[in-house]
Ligand binder design. Structure first.
Ligand SMILES: [Zn+2]
Length: 413
């Protein structure tokens, strides 16, 4: 197979489609927002469906609004699926999620044009929801596909205006009692192209990333309770300052993550003190800690260190400690056969690649619970993402599409 065989997707069309989809949900203040089942979301799904039909794919939507575009294979049996999510964060960019859908459409176009019907059926997938940005229901769409949506979720989870998922589904003609019908058992492999959303590929000058693991995470909500006192009259050695305790915990968590090295990360992203006055020693401090690592044992080490540090600091400073784990999952490995197909494809192109963990969550981590899954990363300029500044130039997207096309060829032809 020569490289020339793979260059036949229309780069101009790919560019145009990226820009056109990036206009749907554009905010006057910059960036864009497509929340699950809102008007921009619906318009974006309609637009992608129209493109899929133009490309000759047979489209259908499932019970939660996931959009599939299908090329029937010569053989019956499980199919190969590629895509990503169509929803965005608030004030997000036009590459996160969307690029995986564009890349899959372009790759399938190129494959069918050059090689005709595949042996296995290939489907392009636009998942309905990944970000949790309208409803706190992250990975709703992929969880529906693997059968992991809780029965109470549609009625229980509401957006900031009080509209439940169930109500929003009905407004789009979807029946929340039929969510289980979105479940699939016939996927041979799932491949997702995504922007890196970090700056490692760019810094290393490497064009493509092959994801080996999606990072494990723990998020705590922590409350330290000390004693509210006069900031002028209370000597430093007589205080029980809740914020001072939080600062020590945050500082030590950060030092530990630095000492462990990449890809260990620990972040205090939210902090609030009471009573929040210049002349009062804080009596209460609420904060979050988000700790991640892509290795199960090392993630445990980081988490255990933070747990024991919280207890020790609270005890030493005479502070009350309440901590609650609000999110926790182990690292999710990508499937070795899919990773190998991606790596061989990139090697064949004569392009350098970096095997790397993903520090962000993706649809692939959910899909991996039931199907062999793998991911290709393209660079993000300055590592920017979840921001209107998110950008990947088309010259850096094209090799990703080619790698995806070659990977799908290996898996489906
Ligand atoms: Zn994404």
């Amino acid at each position: 197979l020569t490289s020339a065989t793979w260059g036949r997707f229309d780069v101009g069309q790919l560019s145009q489609r990226i820009d056109a989809l990036g206009e749907i949900g554009a905010l006057p203040t910059g960036g864009l927002f497509r929340g699950l089942y809102d008007d921009a979301w619906a318009a974006a799904v309609d637009q992608v469906e129209e493109w899929m039909r133009q490309d000759g794919l047979v489209t259908r939507r499932d019970a939660v609004g996931n959009l599939y575009g299908r090329v029937e294979g010569r053989e019956s049996g499980p199919c190969v699926v590629s895509g990503s999510h169509i929803d965005t964060v608030r004030s997000g960019g036009k590459y996160d999620g969307a690029l995986g859908i564009h890349a899959a459409m372009a790759a399938v176009n190129a494959l069918v044009a050059d090689h005709g019907k595949p042996r296995r059926t290939i489907e392009v997938l636009a998942t309905a929801e990944e970000e949790g940005s309208r409803f706190a229901c992250n990975f709703f769409a992929a969880r529906a596909i693997v059968g992991q949506v809780g029965a109470d979720e549609p009625e229980r989870i509401a957006d900031p205006q009080g509209v439940t998922i169930a109500q929003a589904m009905r407004q789009r003609g979807l029946d929340p009692s039929r969510i289980s019908e979105a479940r699939r058992d016939d996927i041979a492999a799932f491949v997702e192209l995504h922007i890196e959303q970090g700056a490692i590929l760019e810094a290393e000058g490497i064009p493509l990333g092959v994801v080996d693991t999606i990072t494990g995470q723990r998020v705590w909500h922590v409350r330290l309770t000390g004693r509210q006192d006069h900031a002028g009259t209370t000597p430093m050695d007589m205080r029980a300052d809740a914020l001072a305790g939080a600062m020590e915990i945050a500082g030590r968590a950060r030092e530990k993550a630095i000492a462990m090295g990449r890809p260990s990360v620990a972040t205090v992203g939210r902090i609030a003190v009471q009573p929040h006055q210049t002349n009062v020693v804080p009596g209460v401090c609420d904060f979050t800690i988000d700790a991640r690592h892509s290795d199960t044992v090392r993630r445990r080490e980081l988490v255990d260190y933070i747990e024991s540090t919280m207890k020790r600091v609270a005890a030493e400073r005479g502070l009350g400690l309440e901590s609650r784990v609000v999110q926790e999952h182990d690292p999710v490995p990508m499937h070795p056969l899919v990773c190998a197909a991606i790596e061989e494809s990139i090697a064949e192109m004569g392009v350098r690649s970096l095997v790397m963990p993903s520090g962000a969550g993706h649809d692939s981590e959910i899909m991996a619970s039931r199907f062999p899954a793998g991911m290709i990363f393209v660079p993000s300029r300055d590592g920017r993402s979840h921001s209107p500044d998110e950008f990947t130039p088309i010259e850096q997207i094209v090799p990703g599409v080619e790698a995806l096309a070659r990977t799908l060829f290996r898996l489906a032809y």
